[in-house]
Design a protein around this ligand. Structure first.
Ligand code: XMP
Length: 338
């Protein structure tokens, strides 16, 4: 629509005026904000932008390939993909404390990103997908106790010791405006309206020690869950069962939940398969409905949907033999398990 078209034209002009002929680097996480920032800056300055995508192995299934397809292949953005899986796994070996894991992932991320950025000697600017609520939140740091419950780490890099100037073209936008902008810039709607994903990724969804094996099992279980949520629409039966309202009929369960994911539990339980006994790990499914993520209800997903997800996970992911559903609200539970 023309309003967004005008906005893009203005934003493009502003970015060009700000950076001139300088080169810009941006840490692409696969999240909505950094993706929209990348698409906008690329629209403004093309090849003066280089994106760095750090693959730490704790992303959603095939996330790395998806990011490369979307940006490098479809939009022609310069993206350097850094395979840092071994680095991260090495640093995380033997660590099971949740806050410790967050710190390690955050620190390692900054180190890998900086090392890569330093190779781009011509870069004068560091672009970040900071949006208006982030600006407000960091201005209020220290005042609100809630944020210290978990140390939130966000992908982005530290400008201070990099001697780069900050470029933050989304600073004045709210999340819904960022999404609209993303669609207008040609990013797939499905990507732009994705559920949020935490900076430390699967690192906080693999309870206890993070291993590559657990990450692999979890990625596959999670992909099945998300697949089924996207493929299942709410029906009159769900309304009758009290799971949703009349207005929700026809929408997918993915759109009817605010965040949904699988959690790997470092617990084994006994199962049977054919004539044999299995002794394998348990995954928990978590799906919540919330408007602000400060409080949340567990989602009343239809039993048929949960049953299908459970069957598929157990049949398709060797190494998992039991699926449980989390029925805890926030508070007292948090949305993530760590
Ligand atoms: P909790 O678990 O605190 O999560 O109820 C609230 C929202 O924040 C996300 N979350 C994080 N995001 N870094 C992030 O970028 C983090 O360390 C982190 N921890 C939680 C969580 O996914 C949910 O959307």
């Amino acid at each position: 629509d023309w309003v967004m078209g005008d906005y893009i034209a203005e934003a493009v002009e502003a970015i060009r005026a700000q950076v001139g002929s300088d080169d810009v680097i941006l840490g692409l996480s696969g999240g909505v904000d950094s993706s929209v920032a990348a698409a906008l800056i690329h629209r403004a300055i093309g090849d003066q932008l280089t994106c760095v995508f750090v693959d730490h192995g704790l992303l959603r299934l095939n996330e790395g390939d998806m990011v490369m397809d979307m940006f490098a292949r479809n939009l022609g953005v310069k993206v350097i993909r850094v395979d840092a899986v071994d680095d991260f796994m090495g640093k995380l070996a033997g660590v099971s404390d949740p806050e410790q894991k967050r710190k390690i992932i955050g620190k390692e991320f900054v180190e890998v990103f900086q090392a890569e950025s330093k190779k781009l000697v011509s870069a004068k600017w560091l672009a970040q997908g900071t949006i208006y609520p982030d600006v407000i939140e960091s201005a209020g740091k220290g005042k609100k106790g809630a944020h210290t419950i978990k140390s939130h780490h966000n992908v982005g890099g530290l400008p201070e010791d990099m001697h780069l100037k900050l470029l933050e073209p989304l600073r004045e936008l709210f999340k819904d405006e960022v999404r609209e902008l993303g669609v207008a810039l040609g990013l797939p709607r499905e990507m732009v309206y994705r559920h949020p994903f935490p900076g430390p990724g699967l690192g906080v969804r693999i309870l206890g020690e993070v291993t590559l094996k657990a990450a692999n099992l979890l990625q596959r279980a999670d992909a099945i869950f998300i697949d089924e949520l996207r493929a299942t629409v709410a029906t009159e039966r769900d309304v009758a069962a009290g799971a949703c309202t009349e207005a929700d009929v026809g929408k997918t369960w993915y759109d009817l939940t605010s965040q949904a994911f699988a959690v790997f539990l470092p617990v084994k339980s006994v199962g049977v398969m054919g004539d044999g006994r299995t002794y394998e790990n348990v995954v928990a499914l978590r799906a919540v409905v919330t408007s602000d993520f400060m409080t949340a209800h567990w989602a009343h997903l239809p039993y048929e949907l949960l049953g299908r997800v459970s069957n598929r996970i157990i049949n398709e992911v060797r190494g998992l033999n039991r699926v449980v559903y989390d029925v805890s609200g926030k508070p007292p539970a948090t949305i993530e398990w760590e």
